[in-house]
Ligand binder design. Structure first.
Ligand code: NAD
Length: 452
C-alpha cells in the first residue's frame, strides 16, 4: 500500500478519535500492548543496543507505561472546555477554549531509546484525539520490527499505522500532507523535516540534540557529582540526547573529578566494562567509526578508557582531560561513551563558554552553593536544566521535555504532549437575543447611535 493510501485510510477515520471514551480505549489497549510483551520489548532492546533488562524497564518500558497511565488519569480533565475570563461585552456569552484533535500526525523516532521515543509521542497523539503514522528508526531494527508487529494487534488499524524503512520511506512520507509532525533525531535531518513540512504549512515539533554542558563548581561534593555524571554520560553507552556531553570544571578540580569518575565507573561496570552485563554497545559500525574518529582526533589526553573493539561495537567508557574548546571532541554532539573535560575556573567562565555556543538541550551544574546554581539557571538558556544531578529532569511528567534554539522546538511529556497534538479552538457562544444592543456595531455609523 502506498504512503498516500495509508494516510487516506487514516484520514477517513479521524472522527472515531474525537470520542474521548475511544481515546481511553486505545490508551488502555496500548497499556496492554506494553504489559503483555515486557520480555519481547526487553529482548529487542538488548538486541539493538545491548541494554540490560533493568535499564530497559526503567528507561523504556516502565517509563512509557507511566506516561500512558498519566494520560489515562488526566485525559478527562485535559479535554474539558477551558472557560476564559470575559469582559462586559460578553457578559451573557459562553466563552471557552476547546481542545481539538489536529487530525493525522506523523511521528518519526530515533534509535537510541527506540521504544520510548516512538510510543510516548504516540500516547500524546492518542490522548489529544489524533490518528497517527509511526516511523521508527531503521537503525534499531529489532525494536522497529516489534513495534510494527505488535501495535496493529492492539490498536485500531484504521487510526494507526507503523511504517518501517529508511531515508527513502521517510522522504516519501514527508511528501504527504500531515496535520503535525513530531521528529526526534539529529538537527540536519530536522532541517529536512521542517523544509518538507513547510511545503504543506504543517507545524512541527523537533526533538533534536546538541552538546549538553555540565559545570562542576570548585565548592561541590565531587564524589557525588562524579557518580551522577558517570551515570548520565555512560548509560546506553553515551547515546542519550540529554546526556552531559562535556564537563566544565577548574583545573584544580579536574584530578579530583577524574578519581571520582574512575571509582564510579568501576563500581557500575567492574574493572572491564566489556564484560559487564550492564554496559551497552554502539548502535552500528557507522556510529562506532564516528565516535572512534573523534577519540583519535582529540588533542586532549585520555585519562580513562580509550579502548575499542569494532567487531563487538564496543567503546570503553572514556574520559579525556585538558580538552581545548577547539578540539574535535568539542565540535559536534559526541553521542557516545566519551566525556571531555574542559577548564572553566569559575561559574562566570562557564556561563560565558556556554553562552558562546548553541543553546543546549540540557544543562547541568553541580555546586554546594544554591546561589551558584540559580545564577547559572538565570544567565543561560537551555531546553532543560538540572542542578546537582544529570538527566533526572525527564523523570517528572509535569515538566516539559524539549529543546530551544538548535536543540529543538516544541515539547511533550504529560500535558505538554497533549497540548502539542491539540488545537486550541476559541469558542464564543452567543444568544440570538439582545439584537438591539448588537445593532450598535452595524453600519450606518450614525452619530445618533454613538452619541453616548
Ligand atoms: P536516526 O538516524 O534514527 O534518525 C532519526 C529519524 O530520521 C529516523 O527515523 C530516520 O529514518 C530518519 N531519517 C534519517 N535520515 C533521514 C533523511 N535524510 N530524510 C528523512 N528522514 C531521515 O537518529 P539520529 O539522528 O542518529 O539520532 C541521534 C540524534 O537525535 C542526536 O543528535 C540526539 O541528541 C537526538 N535525539 C534527540 C532526542 C530528543 O528527545 N530531543 C531524543 C533522542 C535523540
Amino acid at each position: 500500500m502506498s504512503m498516500a493510501a495509508v494516510l487516506e485510510r487514516l484520514r477517513a477515520n479521524v472522527d472515531k478519535m474525537k470520542s474521548v471514551e475511544y481515546r481511553h480505549e486505545q490508551l488502555r489497549a496500548l497499556l496492554r500492548c506494553i504489559d503483555e510483551n515486557v520480555d519481547r520489548w526487553t529482548e529487542a532492546l538488548r538486541k539493538d543496543l545491548h541494554k540490560a533488562k533493568m535499564e530497559c524497564l526503567v528507561m523504556e518500558v516502565n517509563y512509557t507505561r507511566n506516561e500512558v497511565i498519566c494520560h489515562l488519569n488526566n485525559l478527562d480533565e485535559w479535554t474539558k472546555p477551558e472557560y476564559v475570563k470575559k469582559e462586559l461585552l460578553q457578559i451573557s456569552d459562553e466563552c471557552y477554549i476547546q481542545k481539538e484533535p489536529l487530525g493525522v500526525v506523523l511521528i518519526i523516532g530515533a534509535w537510541n531509546y527506540p521504544v520510548q521515543l516512538v510510543l510516548c509521542p504516540l500516547i500524546a497523539a492518542i490522548s489529544a484525539g489524533n490518528c497517527a503514522i509511526l516511523k521508527p528508526s531503521e537503525l534499531s531494527e529489532a525494536s522497529a520490527a516489534l513495534i510494527e508487529e505488535l501495535l496493529p494487534k492492539y490498536l485500531d488499524k484504521d487510526c494507526f499505522a507503523v511504517i518501517n524503512g529508511g531515508v527513502k520511506e521517510t522522504t516519501e512520507l514527508l511528501e504527504q500532507k500531515f496535520d503535525h509532525i513530531m521528529y526526534t533525531g539529529n538537527s540536519n535531518v530536522g532541517k529536512i523535516v521542517m523544509a518538507a513540512a513547510a511545503k504543506h504549512l504543517t507545524p512541527v515539533t523537533l526533538e533534536l540534540g546538541g552538546k549538553s554542558p555540565c559545570y562542576v563548581d570548585k565548592n561541590c561534593d565531587i564524589d557525588v557529582a562524579a557518580r551522577r555524571i558517570t551515570w548520565g554520560r555512560f548509560i546506553n553507552c553515551g547515546q542519550t540526547c540529554i546526556a552531559p556531553d562535556y564537563v566544565l570544571c577548574s583545573s584544580h578540580n579536574q584530578e579530583r573529578l577524574l578519581k571520582g569518575l574512575q571509582a564510579a565507573l568501576e563500581e557500575y561496570f567492574g574493572k572491564d566494562p566489556k564484560e559487564s552485563e550492564d554496559y551497552c554497545r554502539i548502535v552500528n559500525q557507522r556510529h562506532f567509526q564516528r565516535v572512534k574518529t573523534m577519540i583519535e582526533k582529540t588533542k586532549g589526553s585520555i585519562a580513562i578508557g580509550g579502548d575499542s573493539d569494532e567487531k563487538d561495537l564496543y567503546i570503553s567508557p572514556t574520559v579525556v582531560k585538558d580538552v581545548q574548546p577547539t578540539d574535535a571532541l568539542m565540535e559536534g554532539e559526541i553521542f557516545g561513551p566519551v566525556l571531555p573535560i574542559v577548564t572553566a575556573e569559575t561559574a562566570d567562565d562557564a556561563i560565558r563558554f556556554i553562552n558562546s555556543r548553541d543553546k543546549p538541550l540540557a544543562l547541568y551544574a553541580f555546586a554546594n552553593d544554591q546561589k551558584v546554581i540559580r545564577d547559572i539557571v538565570e544567565r543561560t538558556s537551555s531546553g532543560a536544566f538540572c542542578g546537582n544531578d544529570t538527566m533526572m529532569q525527564m523523570s517528572l511528567s509535569t515538566l516539559p521535555f524539549g529543546g530551544v534554539g538548535t536543540s529543538g522546538m516544541g515539547n511533550y511529556h504529560g500535558k505538554f504532549g497533549f497540548d502539542t497534538f491539540s488545537h486550541k479552538k476559541a469558542v464564543m457562544l452567543k444568544a440570538l437575543a439582545m439584537e438591539k444592543m448588537n445593532g450598535l456595531r452595524y453600519p450606518p455609523y450614525t452619530d445618533q447611535k454613538w452619541s453616548w
